[in-house]
Design a protein around this ligand. Structure first.
Ligand code: PHE
Length: 452
């Protein structure tokens, strides 16, 4: 078998990991979930969640990946704990599952770039979304999005993922900064900032039970945890990298880009007096074009801003989608010696098929999202934390220290992972299960709503 690939440079790995982390979660989900949960107060809880849970957990995935130097499922055998293979398997299945509808949303975004060029997306936002988000149209754009994702993954680590994200991540930052500067010039933008940046802690206190899991879930999803993605990416790393420094850089960049996205979306909506909340997968696709259509300066300004806005989301979504596909591709390539191109194409085709119900009807998309992000993701994180904290133990400390100077920090990290992180993740899983089964509108979640 050919020698296993590695990242060409450390920066390459960092950008690929940031590209994975920064996605629909930051630019599409984060501003909306923030506005539904009390604005700035939610932001504070989210920041706390990244620091207290996200950062230690990402280091746990890095430790598994780099030490094993192989993809997520085989990693456990390499680490001398073959019985724990299912930890990686849950993650890979979760990645596969999530990509199926992530790609459907990516397809909508693709369509909205076209809709911004022609102006149709802005002319009648609700009708446009209703037309392109279901049926054959949505299945078609889902196929195109998957094809691009497959193409990049098929090119490999260095020539595909690393090269692509080296362009994509800087592009996202530049475009978002441009949009934020533009949004700042809008009359009424300051109300958006006030909502986003002035915490109203009453909202948190009175909605504790829902704000908390929402913030922690968002932190995990947004750092690409629980999907074996960070395990896989770290498996292509060399020994001389400092994992704590890398993890910290990724967490900070990811959060900064999420905040930057908020500084675009919230002023844009508030300037036009549009309700930001209301959630649902369609929210951004209806609210934003409505705001764009009313921008001062006329239609062309709205269309131009729309092209850049949906362009950013597309790039961010693609750099996340490739990491989700890579988690599964790496497994087959590493364990069975399959070659990359047919593996990426074959798995991509299966993901496409799995996504057809979500593309056909958004009720299915909601169901897939519910199972993927509310259940599989925290469950996978729980298993990873349990494994690294209580099974790997001292080996984990060793690995974290390799390439870094943080001697005693590593011991504190392990202790923290075993206790606080584990406890919080257990609570999140429990609250999510409760929500899935006991809330009237989402209850009995295992029977998908289209079949009820
Ligand atoms: N972090 C990505 C986002 O915020 C989603 C993702 C999760 C990507 C897990 C890969 C793995 O959109």
């Amino acid at each position: 078998m050919a020698e296993r690939e590695t990242w060409a440079t450390r920066l390459g790995f960092l950008l690929a990991a940031i590209g994975s982390a920064v996605g629909l979660g930051n630019i599409w989900r984060f501003p909306f979930i923030t506005s539904e949960n009390g604005g700035a107060a939610f932001l504070v809880v989210y920041l706390l969640a990244v620091l207290v849970i996200g950062l230690p957990a990402i280091l746990a995935e890095f430790v598994i990946g780099r030490r094993a130097n192989t993809s997520a499922i085989g990693a456990f055998r390499k680490l001398g704990r073959p019985g724990w293979w299912f930890v990686g398997a849950v993650g890979v299945i979760a990645a596969f599952w999530t990509l199926s509808y992530y790609s459907v949303i990516g397809g909508w975004v693709l369509r909205y770039i076209g809709g911004s060029v022609t102006g149709n997306a802005l002319a009648a936002p609700e009708g446009y979304f209703g037309a392109i988000s279901v049926g054959l149209s949505s299945i078609g754009t889902h196929a195109v999005f998957m094809l691009i994702t497959i193409g990049i993954v098929a090119l490999g680590i260095e020539d595909g993922i690393e090269l692509a994200t080296k362009v994509m991540v800087p592009a996202v930052v530049v475009m978002l900064v441009g949009l934020a500067v533009f949004a700042a010039t809008l009359p009424g933008a300051s109300e958006g900032y006030a909502f986003f940046l002035n915490p109203d802690f009453d909202v948190i206190v009175s909605n504790f039970g829902s704000v908390l899991p929402a913030a922690f879930g968002q932190a995990l999803f947004s750092l690409s945890l629980g999907f074996s993605v960070m395990i896989t990416y770290a498996s292509y790393l060399g020994e001389d990298d400092s994992l704590p420094v890398d993890g910290f850089s990724i967490a900070v960049s990811n959060t900064a880009i999420g905040v930057l996205a908020g500084l675009v979306v919230l002023p844009l909506l508030f300037a036009q007096g549009i309700e930001a909340g209301g959630g649902g997968p369609g929210a951004v696709f209806v609210a934003i074009p409505t705001a764009l259509a009313e921008l001062p300066g006329g239609e062309l300004v709205g269309q131009a801003v729309g092209i850049v806005f949906f362009g950013v989301i597309l790039i961010a979504a693609l750099s996340s989608a490739i990491s989700l596909l890579e988690a599964a591709v790496a497994f087959l390539v590493d364990n069975y010696g399959f070659s990359r191109l047919p593996t990426a194409a074959g798995l991509g085709a299966v993901v496409f098929a799995l996504g057809i119900p979500s593309a056909y009807d958004t009720a299915w998309l909601n169901w897939f999202d519910g199972i993927g992000v509310t259940l599989l993701l925290p469950l996978a994180v729980l298993l990873v934390v349990l494994f690294v904290g209580w099974v790997l133990g001292r080996d984990a400390i060793d690995e974290l220290r390799t390439g870094s100077t943080s001697g005693s920090l590593a011991s504190i990290w392990l202790w923290w992972l075993r206790t606080v992180v584990l406890a919080v993740v257990v609570i999140v899983v429990a609250l999510n299960l409760w929500d899935l089964f006991a809330t009237p509108d989402t209850g009995y979640y295992f029977i998908p709503s289209p079949l009820r």
